[in-house]
Design a protein around this ligand. Structure first.
Ligand code: ATP
Ligand code: MG
Length: 562
């Protein structure tokens, strides 16, 4: 477990402290139990950090368990992505990778035991009838006509359910609890159903599958879990979790604790909706850099340290709320500010000719890779007569406080000389500035002008002949409303059409040729960027914008909410 900060405290850790003090438990064993029916997202990352973090803090263990008890939608691809993502986040489960599907045999035996003790029965009601019989929050349910079946008949029918004698949906196994319970969950819940679908691990060996409420508590028990941490929507299911264990097991048992799931603004954290985005082609797969998935954030260039810092910062709560995505970006910026080497890249190149700089001459400037960290060293950046600067670093009629290049003005080219504007060359038909001319002051290589005149602005640049062409992808919020999950109607209608902008003609300094896919940099004065893991190659450099240097969004969003 990575050592990021002092261990936090929260209501879950208080419960654990209590349990250890009262000897209810003598050790701490947690688990992270994803269903392999999609990629992990930032909400899962929170649960990963919580479960593995608690285990490490208390000297306990955390299992990785594939909660794969529903054949539809589960796959090996998802299992592999989950393994890769949890590992990338920085956590280690040693040899404790488990699959709920490995427990099918034992779960079946538990179900038989439940029938034998008269606490489960095979029910013939159709799904519709079952709904009608269930009652409502204000009215009690009615007992199924199948409820009085003998143990022998139930055992026989359950065996035949698994033998494939009955149609999907024609019969279920139900726990016999209390149809009048004020908690609807306890009104004889279904614990097994018939489903003919190939499971990615067990194939067609089983045609009956256990329901979550039956499988989860027993899986926890079989693994010796002490604290089974899950999200709030399972709060009403806790009595059932305990009921199943009460009927079937003895001795030390796991306890379920619920916390509020993470919601992040301008994105969506529901696997079903993320699958939709992928399948409808709204994004370039699960690892599209705009996706809130761990794979997407990795490709975007986020670091595991930043994601862990975010999860620690938001803490654990009992009430759902919406966390500002700006906080996640703040954590990313904070981490990269320390780690990312500085380089120069020009996204919208404007050619600049230094008229008094000799043609053919090239100087190499040693530029610091990090202004505060000399240990990160320097690199050589070539300077020549023709350069590129950002289009927006030149203004013919500059606004107040503009400290860049303009008629009559001087600026410093970062790490190189002070240059003075001389002339602008325009396109004859459009009038657009195509190129500018400057003169340089040879005395300013190692310091300010000798005559003491002030040069305030500093801009970045690259040498035209030496720079490398690159594609740069600018990412923005995936949705244009803060809470897409909370809007009426289809969230997909609120996708941000400007969430991806591709810039083709960018120029970057030649040191970037040595970069590897995934390498992260600060493009000076612009933001943090990384070399794309998928599309970048030696011939065609592709960068993703991880996060701009400063947050421009909150200002804009503040002006026009939604
Ligand atoms: P979804 O609702 O997106 O389909 P899920 O809860 O069904 O997600 P699981 O694979 O069952 O997905 O989740 C694995 C674990 O991660 C569970 O313990 C679940 O409680 C936790 N988890 C899922 N989403 C979040 C979230 N947004 N915040 C915190 N924990 C989460
Ligand atoms: Mg789930």
């Amino acid at each position: 477990m990575p050592d990021d900060a002092a261990p936090p405290t929260d209501f879950i850790r208080e419960i654990i402290d209590d349990d250890l003090a009262t000897k209810k438990h003598t050790c701490v064993a947690t688990r992270f139990p994803p269903e392999p029916n999609g990629y992990l997202h930032i909400g899962h990352a929170k649960s990963v950090c919580l479960n593995f973090g608690i285990a490490a803090q208390y000297g306990g263990t955390c299992n990785l368990r594939m909660d794969d008890t529903d054949p539809s939608g589960e796959s090996l691809e998802f299992v592999q992505s989950i393994i890769a993502d949890v590992r990338w986040l920085g956590f280690d489960w040693a040899d404790r990778l488990f699959y709920a599907s490995d427990y099918y045999e034992r779960l079946y035996d538990y179900a038989v035991k439940l029938i034998e003790s008269g606490r489960a029965y095979v029910c013939d009601l159709s799904p519709d009838e079952m709904r009608q019989y269930r009652g409502t929050l204000t009215e009690p349910g009615r007992e199924s006509p199948s409820r009085g079946r003998s143990i022998g008949e139930n055992l026989d029918l359950f065996r035949r359910m698994q033998a494939g004698e009955f149609e999907d949906g024609s019969r279920v196994l139900r726990a016999k609890i209390d149809m009048a319970s004020p908690n609807v969950v306890m009104r004889d819940p279904v614990i097994y159903r018939i489903k003919r679908a190939a499971h990615y691990r067990t194939g067609m060996a089983w045609v009956i599958y256990p329901m979550y409420d039956f499988a989860h508590c027993l899986s926890d028990y079989l693994e010796g879990i002490t604290h089974s941490i899950c999200t709030l929507e399972f709060e009403n299911n806790r009595p059932l979790y305990d009921w199943v264990l009460d009927q079937l097991v003895e001795g030390e048992r796991p306890e379920q604790i619920e916390f509020a799931r993470l919601n992040v603004s301008y994105t969506i954290l529901s696997k079903r909706r993320l699958i939709d985005l992928v399948e409808k082609g709204e994004v370039d797969g699960w690892d599209d850099p705009r996706m809130p998935t761990v794979a997407g954030m990795r490709r975007r260039g986020y670091t595991p340290e930043a994601i862990r810092a975010f999860c620690a910062k938001i803490g654990i709560a009992k009430n759902e709320n919406l966390v500002d995505i700006g906080l996640l970006e703040h954590c990313v910026r904070g981490d990269l500010n320390e780690k990312a080497p500085r380089v120069m890249a020009v996204l919208h190149p404007l050619p600049v000719v230094i008229d008094n700089y000799p043609e053919g001459r090239v100087e190499e400037f040693a530029c610091a890779n990090h202004p505060q960290n000399p240990e990160m060293g320097t690199r050589q950046v070539p300077f020549s007569r023709v350069l590129y600067i950002e289009r927006e670093d030149f203004e013919e009629t500059p606004p107040k406080k503009y400290r860049r290049l303009a008629p009559g003005r001087e600026v410093r080219l970062r790490g190189a000389y002070v240059v003075r504007f001389a002339a602008a060359v325009r396109d004859a038909s459009t009038g657009e500035v195509q190129e500018i001319h400057c003169t340089y002051d040879p005395e300013t290589k190692n310091g300010p002008p000798a005559d003491g005149r002030k040069v305030e602005g500093v801009i970045h640049w690259v040498s035209a002949d030496h720079s490398i062409p690159a594609e740069v992808r600018l990412y923005d919020r995936l949705f244009r409303v803060a809470d897409p999950a909370g809007v009426e109607g289809d969230a997909m209608e609120y996708l941000n059409p400007a969430s991806l902008e591709v810039l083709k003609g960018c120029r970057v300094e030649p040191s970037l040729l040595a970069g590897k896919p995934g390498s992260r940099y600060q493009f000076e004065r612009i933001g943090y960027f990384c070399i794309d893991l998928k599309d970048s190659s030696g011939e065609r450099l592709v960068f993703n914008r991880i996060v701009p240097l400063r947050d421009s969004w909150s200002k804009i969003a503040g002006q026009a909410p939604g």
